[in-house]
Write a protein that binds this ligand. Structure first.
Ligand code: HT7
Ligand code: ZN
Length: 876
């Protein structure tokens, strides 16, 4: 794998006008005929050869304008097909035929088989594993697809666009033809064939067109697709209402498959989903599963405009579609559920995943300038930080102007392959604002650190706020420029009311948004009648780290009086973190751990505040995770001490609040039949949070065992099982519950994933042997990405004490696993390996052992480009 540089981008020499594909499907020998009509681009070199991409391909035949091309007229390898001497000015037709083996395709890129069906995944560079092709996103063409297959085994033959027709095709076979009128890049091509059940519905668009909606799942699982269908219809309506975007084909299809490298894929008119993000019913899906299904169905649907109608010029522009589409799905979930609770969940996720990436060896800009393996750039930085950057544009410009910019973007770039610059220019043109400094968010990696301090001057009735920003060095970027940071803020008085300053100097303030543009600002608020408490970065308006030494009393004040609910949660977190870091230090030195009564008070106050929705209270009571504490500590991390300290704090809060938690546990039982809606889910969340605290206060498995026995839905059942397994791993109640769960759900692989994940995250050194034993279970399958992620991935990502055990055995285990997975599925191996991205922050003994494991991977022969790229960057 060589390095690809953004600076080397050039348009193709040839324009692709039309694509006609014919697939003769066979499990091991599928014949693919691609008829491609090209003409030379105006102004392009008239002698340049046509160079097509391939990946592990073998050419069966090659025609130019229907005549076989003699072997001396072209050169071919598995990776390229080069044809010189092509017409200078007239269009010509190339017919490429390849034979591929879907059954042998374990990478799950290109055409492969899963659960007896044929399925494709072409993003980013999978199409070149099907046929030789100009496989890059700026080559847009109109496709016709013919599929020929055995009729009995494959009653269903699907591709992009609208169905043209079908008929018998010789003995035992049939064919179907599809036409997609919208020009698209090859990464959006899809084909699915096989025997599946279907759930059908319709949607009438804003202009009155009826669209057929179809969700295909394994036979018998149709009832479990009802929620996904509902989410799809709500997504289609929302995109019309909020972004003015109408669907543009007669049919929209979703297919659920059980082997898939990521969550889902937005192929034009034919989305392919990991079945984990389609199938749900109360008995098998948790509230989190329902929320994920809603968000991912929406995300893929929203790509129809942000990604498909307007696509990316090159893969460096990935955030153009991904960051924007995540922003759109976040807004959708906020409108469907509780905005503040969704925002808290988003920020927790951003801090847990993106902040560590941005602070470690894999840090890269939202819009990178080089890559070795594009699959490794489907990162939380491109997705989630990309979404935050889009959100900041909306914050800076205001909703109205943001909407104007979006409308301009859709109007100006529809049908094009665009760049981040094109996108930003639309907002500059819509607002008249210069966004050049703001654009640094796309180009500078690293989480900015803002240091704040405030002082009140009663004599002059002024409040002065000093702010300094610093963007840390990241790989390849030593020095950074100051960024344009939109900081939303509030000054809250004793009685909870908000200051409306008579004047503000030292920085631009629009509404409650303060614009930091210099390295340092001294901002003075005039007309402040008494000492205010400052609430900074409301709603997480900027994805930054904030150093602001606020007293526990001030934080508690914000936690009680802020009008912005997110800021209230943030204040509780800021109150808890110093307690938890101190607890870790104390635990490491064998000292007793104590919890600040101010924290306990604030938490119990929030817990019992009936004006707050239950989902919010559950979030407020969920302390920062062990990973959050590790991040706060910075380096020299000892996961055992962090765990012990956090457990001690939890126990003290639980003991102090035992009555509150017992009352909540009784009060929060949702009434009536099960509903996955946000309000009922919120009650379950608060009830289960109370149950967790009670397990600390009471220190017996009794209550969790009773909850396990009484549960009538997967949220409550898996929560109770988690408490039993994590808190009382040796208790007979736990052994029994784990066995019951296994027995009850052994035929449902997605539920078994929960059983694997819960056991993989039991704290402590014994986890590794448990994981190894689970690998030998007949319910585990090393070839299925969901199973591997649930067991090996969850262990490495989410079990700090088990994975980072002091003897390094967790790291050595992961190194072996990565090498094994890499042989089948490099993308999956590379992704799981990123679990070690923060290895340098461990205490020295563990860090050395982690480095050894990484070196073992690096030295192995036959590494994929995917794993090599990650391991080398991690060791650099
Ligand atoms: N755009 C999709 C990305 C994706 C993908 C990328 C690489 C390899 C496999 C993949 N499957 C899906 C998903 C999305 O962001 O919507
Ligand atoms: Zn996406």
């Amino acid at each position: 794998g060589q390095v690809i540089n953004l600076a080397d981008y050039r348009p193709t020499d040839f324009v692709l006008e039309r694509v006609d594909l014919t697939f003769e499907l066979d499990p091991t020998e599928t014949k693919v005929e691609a008829r491609l009509i090209f003409h030379r681009r105006e102004g392009a070199d008239t002698t340049a050869p046509l160079v097509l991409d391939g990946d592990e391909l073998s050419l069966y035949s090659l025609l130019l304008d229907q005549n076989e091309l003699p072997a001396e007229k072209y050169t071919v390898t598995p990776e390229t097909l080069t044809i010189p001497d092509l017409p200078a000015s007239v269009p010509f037709e190339i017919t490429v035929t390849t034979i591929i083996n879907p059954e042998a395709n374990t990478q799950l890129m290109g055409l492969y088989r899963t659960g007896g069906i044929y399925c494709t995944q072409c993003e980013a560079e999978g199409f070149r594993r099907i046929t030789y092709f100009p496989d890059r996103p700026d080559v847009l063409a109109v496709y016709t697809v013919n599929i020929i297959a055995d009729k009995e085994a494959n009653p269903l033959l699907l591709s992009n666009g609208n169905f043209l027709g079908g008929a018998g095709y010789g003995p035992g076979k049939h064919f179907a033809a599809w036409f997609d009128p919208h020009p698209k890049p090859s990464y959006l091509f899809a084909l699915v064939a096989g025997d599946l059940g279907v759930v059908e519905d319709t949607f009438v668009t804003m202009s009155g067109r009826e669209v057929a909606l179809k969700i295909y799942v394994e036979h018998g699982k149709e009832p479990r697709a009802a929620y996904a269908m509902d989410a799809l219809k709500r997504s289609m309506k929302w995109d019309e209402d909020v972004f003015g975007r109408e669907y543009d084909l007669d049919i929209f299809m979703v297919v659920a498959v059980s082997d898939f490298n990521m969550g889902a894929m937005e192929n034009k008119g034919l989305n392919v989903f990991n079945d984990k993000y389609v199938l749900a019913d109360p008995e098998t899906a948790t509230d989190t599963d329902y929320a994920n299904i809603e968000a991912i169905i929406a995300h893929e649907y929203f790509h129809n405009w942000t990604g498909n109608r307007i696509t990316c010029r090159d893969w460096f522009q990935l955030c153009l579609k991904e960051g924007l589409t995540v922003f759109r799905d976040h807004e959708f979930s906020a409108d469907m559920r509780s905005r503040a609770v969704r925002r808290i969940a988003e920020v927790r996720h951003l801090k847990a995943e993106q902040f560590p990436e941005d602070a470690g060896p894999l840090a890269h800009p939202v819009r990178p300038t080089k890559y070795r393996e594009i699959n490794n750039f489907y990162t939380t930085t491109v997705y989630e930080k990309g979404s935050e950057v889009t959100r900041m544009i909306a914050t800076l410009l205001g909703r109205e102007t943001f909407k104007k910019g979006m409308d301009l973007y859709f109007e100006r770039h529809d049908g094009q392959a665009a760049t981040v610059e094109d996108f930003v220019t639309c907002f500059e043109d819509a607002s008249g604002r210069d966004l050049s400094q703001f654009s640094l968010w796309y180009h500078q990696a690293g989480t900015p650190l803002v240091t704040a301090s405030g002082s009140y001057d009663p004599a002059n009735a002024t409040f002065t706020l000093s702010l300094e920003q610093m963007v840390p060095a990241t790989p390849g970027q030593a020095a950074k420029e100051p960024m344009h940071i939109p900081l939303r803020l509030g000054l809250i008085l004793d009685n909870g009311s908000e200051v409306e300053p008579t004047a503000v100097t030292g920085a631009e303030l629009t509404g409650d948004v303060l614009h930091l543009t210099d390295r340092a600002h001294t901002v003075t608020f005039e007309g402040v009648s008494s000492r205010p408490v400052l609430s900074l970065n409301r709603d997480f308006s900027a994805p930054i780290n904030l150093h602001f030494n606020q007293s526990p009393a001030d934080l508690a004040h914000v936690a009680r009086h802020e009008t912005d609910l997110f800021a209230r949660w943030q204040a509780l977190t800021d109150l808890a973190l110093p307690n938890l870091t101190q607890a870790a230090r104390d635990a490491r030195e064998g000292k007793p751990v104590t919890c600040d009564p101010v924290l306990i008070d604030a938490l119990l106050w929030a817990a019992a505040d009936h004006n707050l929705e239950p989902a919010f209270r559950a979030q407020a009571l969920t302390l920062p995770s062990e990973a959050d504490i590790a991040r706060e500590l910075g380096n020299n991390n000892d996961p055992d001490a962090i765990h012990a300290g956090r457990q001690a704090i939890l126990t003290q809060i639980a003991q102090a609040g035992v009555e509150t938690f017992a009352a909540l546990y009784e009060a929060m039982l949702p009434s009536g039949t099960f509903s996955p809606d946000a309000a009922s889910a919120g009650k379950r969340a608060l009830r289960n949070t109370a149950l967790t605290y009670l397990s600390y206060a009471e220190n017996t498995p009794d209550r969790a065992a009773a909850a396990f026995a009484a549960a009538d839905n997967m949220t409550d059942l898996s929560y109770a099982l988690t408490i039993l397994a994590h808190r009382f791993p040796e208790a007979p109640e736990t052994t029994k519950a784990l066995a019951d769960f296994e027995q009850r759900f052994r035929d449902n692989a997605l539920v078994i994933d929960k059983w694997l994940a819960i056991q993989a995250t039991i704290p402590g050194a014994a986890a590794l042997d448990r994981v190894k034993e689970l690998q030998r279970s007949p319910l585990f399958n090393a070839k299925n990405p969901n199973r591997v992620r649930a067991l090996v991935g969850t262990f490495a990502f989410s079990n700090p004490t088990g994975f980072s055990r002091a003897d390094g055995a967790g790291y050595a285990f992961l190194a072996n696993e990565i090498l094994d997975i890499d042989k089948r599925n490099p993308q999956l191996a590379a992704r799981i390996l990123t679990a070690m991205r923060s290895w340098r922050l461990l205490e020295p003994v563990r860090a050395d052992l982690a480095r050894e494991a990484l070196l073992q991977i690096e030295r192995a022969s036959g590494l994929s480009t995917d794993v090599r790229d990650i391991v080398e960057r991690m060791l650099k």
